[in-house]
Design a protein around this ligand. Structure first.
Ligand code: NAD
Ligand code: MG
Length: 385
């Protein structure tokens, strides 16, 4: 029986991971759960899965949860804060860590999991964007990194058709988000319109990233580190139906793609059971019912975030850290209705232009830059309002 720690179990990926595990039952044990501040959801999850441990990073949430656990006699031990989260990752009992935390906060637990030679099933793309090089180095000591992001899961699955040096290009598909092909004015769209993704139901941050296409930019950087491939060999193809999840092109120009209905439960399960496949909850795909699939070149003018991500990746070093932090802070401002959607790429570009390059940043430097850039974005916005 494999014991699993789910970091960010109360979010979109975390909940779907529990659905997958509930269906696989006998082979896996939900050993620990974690949240930032979703009190009600984690209480329900604790009651249902009876994990050994549960962690809350937010102080008041921890205090409330600890009190309820004591009063109601839960067998689950409640731990606090980022330190508690890291303790939970490194426990000897844990075989698999699912990183479903959103944002740069996923970096430390991701690195910790690899350092302790766990299988890290990572949905958290931001950790690879800002610390991909560190994660690759950590992987040399042991441990395993299996992507949950659907495109990267598809690339992993397709890449098994050849050997690593035979890979020529990775072609990431992108739905284009809710505004692809619409011609809408990005400065006028509402939060609700932005969060209404046509094919996927996801957390708020990644939904905004999908609308600006920063999500695909982050995924290009994620692919660079997961597959150790040069930026010029990573392409993006708009595919509005989200059926072809990505494609590997080999040196003989053969392209191998992975197809399925859009359902994150498939890549989540694949990461857990890799290299094996098991029956799961994802429905079968009937291509005759879909009948048409479409593919287009990305539009870098209308979606500048994708261009900014490629530029940050080419410059390397600390630039992807700045790109990610500026984006996280700008997305937060948008969700708080303090800026419109069109401002996100403008802010990210402005902050990138002001940044002084640091090559091979250490973990401390990465976290410092992340912190400083997020503050800079807030200050910049105050000045401009
Ligand atoms: P979400 O917002 O629904 O959930 C985030 C989870 O992280 C929650 O449990 C939250 O409590 C926890 N969390 C937030 N801040 C934290 C912190 N500082 N410390 C510890 N825990 C914290 O997000 P999501 O949509 O599930 O996405 C999670 C990650 O997976 C993101 O990196 C996203 O890009 C990636 N991803 C998501 C999807 C999807 O379909 N939702 C698909 C591919 C990749
Ligand atoms: Mg994806």
């Amino acid at each position: 029986m494999k014991k699993i720690a789910i970091l960010g179990s109360t979010g979109s990926i975390g909940k779907q991971t529990l659905d997958v595990l509930n269906n696989l039952n006998d082979e896996f044990e939900v050993y620990s759960l974690s949240t930032y501040s979703d009190l009600e959801i984690i209480i329900d999850q604790i009651k249902k899965f009876k994990p050994r441990l549960a962690n809350a990073v937010h102080k008041e949430t921890y205090q409330k949860l600890e009190k309820i656990a004591r009063e109601e006699g839960f067998s689950t031990e409640i731990t606090y804060g980022t330190d508690g989260l890291l303790d939970l990752v490194r426990m000897d009992e844990i075989d698999i860590v699912v990183n479903a935390v959103v944002g740069a906060a996923g970096l430390l637990p991701g690195l910790e999991a690899l350092e302790h030679k766990k299988r890290l099933c990572s949905a958290n793309k931001e950790s690879l964007v800002i610390g991909g090089n560190l994660m690759r180095n950590m992987l040399k000591k042991g441990g395993e990194l299996i992507p949950i992001d659907s495109e990267h899961s598809a690339l992993l699955q397709a890449s098994l058709s050849g050997r690593y040096p035979e890979i020529k290009n990775l072609i990431l598909t992108a739905s284009g988000g809710p505004f692809w092909g619409t011609g809408v004015d990005f400065s006028k769209v509402s939060i609700e319109e932005t969060l209404a993704h046509p094919n996927w139901s996801m957390g708020k941050k990644i939904s905004v990233d999908s609308a600006t296409m920063m999500n695909k930019g982050l995924e290009v950087i994620e692919a660079r580190w997961l597959f150790d491939i040069q930026p010029e060999n990573i392409k993006v193809l708009i595919h509005p139906e989200s059926i072809v999840h990505s494609i590997v092109e080999f040196v003989d120009n053969s392209q191998i793609a992975q197809l399925s209905v859009p359902d994150m439960k498939l890549p989540i399960q694949y990461a857990l059971t890799y290299p094996e496949r098991m029956e799961g909850l994802c429905q079968s795909l009937d291509l005759s019912k879909i009948s048409e699939l479409h593919f287009h070149e990305p539009d870098h003018k209308r979606f500048p975030c994708l261009r900014l991500a490629y530029e940050a990746l080419h410059k390397g070093g600390s630039f992807p850290v700045v790109l990610n932090a500026a984006n996280e802070a700008a997305v937060q401002l948008f969700l708080e209705k303090r800026i419109n959607l069109a401002r996100i790429p403008e802010i990210v570009e402005r902050v990138l232009e002001r940044h002084t390059h640091v090559s091979n940043p250490s973990i401390d430097t990465i976290l410092q830059i992340d912190h400083n850039v997020k503050r800079e974005v807030i200050e910049l916005n105050k000045l401009e309002v």
